[in-house]
Write a protein that binds this ligand. Structure first.
Ligand code: SAM
Length: 479
């Protein structure tokens, strides 16, 4: 039961594009040109290289800005979508070549925007007052875990790092000029948290509201950072929480973002996302949000008592390192390596967040114990963005490998309920209002069949009895 790997949304740094005059490729707004360029001054390259290397979200410790600039050429254009949306984009010509000739329609009910201020949303969310945090997005109905909240195209997209010799402000001004008056209005109505005078108003709005989307950069001599800044009318209204109840995913095929619930969200509850990965300790998270987005996080997980913060930090760091330190499933089947569990929060702590996961039996296998601990900590820290289903999946696989019919069936039912019974989209569609709209499941047929087969005949599960088999073989060898 392999589950889909999700990469965390990368955070955005705040250093300016290289602005040295007449040394980088120029911005060509009409044609796709490749300009021979001089290498930027070494002090600029060194500064940018250091900043990229220091940002783990970019994953490029070896980045070389001089090479990057030498191989760059950009186009600037407006995409108009059949659903009425529009995006003004500045793209590397290599990125642009990889885009489909026409974008597929979004996979789901779509709404381009709700206007600049508090508004009706799409029947699933509304934009409203979030107190000290300004405006925010709120659930306009109960939203089940896994359900899609909205899909939307970005208003503006530009590379995070531009090897370009024009001022960043001019790039954004040109993108802005290409938008319709409504889109310009929506864009400039978004929040601005940058200090006055740090940069122009437009750039400040982009920096405050941009999410880091990934657009692959192909066939260039020096493959570069795929992170691009993208600003959205609605999703950019979502405030950050270190225990968010929603996640967004970018899809290049439809050139759209999909926002979905990671746990049930109650009617009226604020819909939050994470701007940075939230498995770092509190002080690191706060410092990153301060540096990257210019605000001090006020979420419930950043304002715990010192004692609770210490426990929360330990749990988050442990969860963040979990998959990297877990020996491969096959190695576990061969009994090579285990993963030790950290100390877990006490029962009283856990009761705040609903029913705790059941304590594992003392004789439970260490790998299964570790997954159970992870599930408990995810629930306690409200870190459902970390995919609790992945742990449920693995627990079912482990019980399968151990040949434990009862537990395999119990956990496989949980996997099935999460994957098959799960809601997909709000069938009321864009603009559906009131109680009439229903949540539809997806993929019930074929996937449901597979689960039925495994539940009826656990031996048909691909890795059934593996661990027992290897143990028996070893015992025979030893004899
Ligand atoms: C992308 S905007 C989010 C929408 C914004 N609240 C609005 O009024 O449009 C980001 C800004 O919202 C505020 N914000 C978001 N999450 C916050 C949090 N957890 N704590 C404090 N301020 C937050 C900060 O001012 C931040 O710069």
């Amino acid at each position: 039961m392999p589950s889909k790997d999700r990469t965390p949304s990368p955070s955005l740094d705040s250093f300016p594009a290289w602005c040295s005059p007449s040394a980088g490729p120029s911005l060509n707004t009409n044609t796709k040109t490749k300009t021979k360029t001089k290498t930027p001054p070494p002090h600029i390259c060194a500064k940018i290289n250091a900043q990229v290397a220091a940002n783990p979200a970019l994953g490029r410790p070896d980045f070389d800005f001089a090479n990057h600039v030498r191989s760059r050429a950009y186009t600037i254009q407006t995409f108009e979508f059949e659903d009425g949306g529009e995006s003004a984009v500045l793209l590397d010509t290599g990125v642009e070549r990889l885009l489909p000739p026409a974008f597929a329609p979004p996979y789901a009910p779509f709404r381009t925007g709700t206007g600049p201020g508090p508004g009706p949303g799409n029947g699933t969310f509304v934009i409203g007052d979030a107190g000290e945090n300004g405006l925010g997005m709120f659930a306009a109905r109960d939203i089940p875990s896994g359900a899609l909240i909205l899909a939307e195209h970005p208003l503006i997209v530009a590379p995070y790092l531009m090897g370009i010799s024009v001022r960043l402000a001019d790039v954004y001004a040109e993108l802005f000029r290409r938008l319709s008056p409504e889109s310009r209005h929506d864009l400039m109505a978004l929040a601005n948290s940058r200090p006055v005078g740090e940069c122009g108003a437009l750039e400040a709005v982009v920096r405050t509201n941009a999410l880091g989307i990934q657009l692959r950069v192909p066939d260039v001599e020096y493959p570069e950072i795929a992170t691009h800044r993208a600003v959205f009318v609605n999703t950019s209204r979502c405030n950050h929480s270190c225990g968010p109840n929603a996640r967004w995913e970018w899809d290049t095929h439809t050139f759209a973002l999909y926002l979905s619930a990671v746990r049930p969200i109650m009617h009226g509850e604020e819909i939050t996302i994470q701007y940075i990965a939230c498995t770092a300790p509190r002080d690191e998270r706060r410092a990153a949000l301060e540096a990257l987005y210019g605000f001090t996080c006020r979420c419930a997980y950043c304002t715990l008592s010192p004692d609770a913060t210490e426990k929360s930090d330990a749990a988050r760091v442990w969860l963040g390192e979990f998959w990297g330190s877990l020996p491969p499933f096959e190695a576990w089947c061969l009994e090579r390596g285990t993963l030790t569990s950290p100390s877990t929060p006490s029962d009283e702590d856990r009761s705040e967040n609903g029913e705790p996961e059941p304590e594992p039996e003392p004789e439970t296998d260490p790998r299964i114990r570790a997954h159970l601990t992870a599930l408990r900590l995810i629930k306690h820290e409200q870190l459902h963005v970390l995919d609790p289903e992945r742990h449920v999946d693995e627990i079912a696989m482990c019980f399968g490998a151990l040949g434990d019919r009862e537990m395999f069936r119990a956990w496989t039912r949980r996997v099935r309920d999460a994957k098959v019974g799960v809601v997909g989209v709000c069938s009321g569609g864009a603009g559906a209002e009131g109680e009439g709209a229903e949540w539809e499941g997806e993929g019930k047929g074929a996937r449901g069949e597979v689960f039925r087969k495994w539940l009826e005949r656990p031996e048909s599960f691909p890795t059934w009895g593996w661990k027992v088999g290897f143990r028996d073989e070893r015992e025979e060898e030893e004899e």
